[in-house]
Design a protein around this ligand. Sequence first.
Ligand code: CA2
Length: 149
Amino acid sequence: MSTPIYILNGPNLNRLGTREPEIYGRTTLAEVEATCREAASGQLVVFRQSNREYEIIEWVHEAIDEGCGIIINPAAFTFTSMAIMDALKMFSRPIIELHISNIHKREAIYHRSYVSPVATAVIAGLGTNGYPVAVRAMLGMIGTSPPGP
Ligand code: CA2
């Protein structure tokens, strides 16, 4: 497969590993990126983070033209952004919504995701291990590895 998996990260995740380790762990986003590339085992990966909503929307548009799948941790935009939801709706290949924490175990403001209704699958609560898990799941979805346990 020559088109990349897009792994998109929303606001504040560039600070991962620096605060609230009891919720988000101590792994930095650069370390998360390395685990994703390892899990992708040769599959092209585009890994990005932005604190700007419009930039994430632009990257979803780029993925519509060039990507085979999207793994997205929209962070706080999960609960606010109809614009990201609308962009993702236009993506016709697999989408995995990913959260490091289990958003459903947290306060009510973290329960209503705009992204879940347009996602193929949702992963939450596995810590930063959720990223390589999502990459392996995506490889199965796009057909570069056999589905399995
Ligand atoms: O659990 C997740 O991955 C979240 O998407 C992270 C978001 C939060 O708004 C969502 O409810 C769940 C917050 C990311 C905050 O960024 C951090 C920065 C530094 C250290 C820890 C988190």
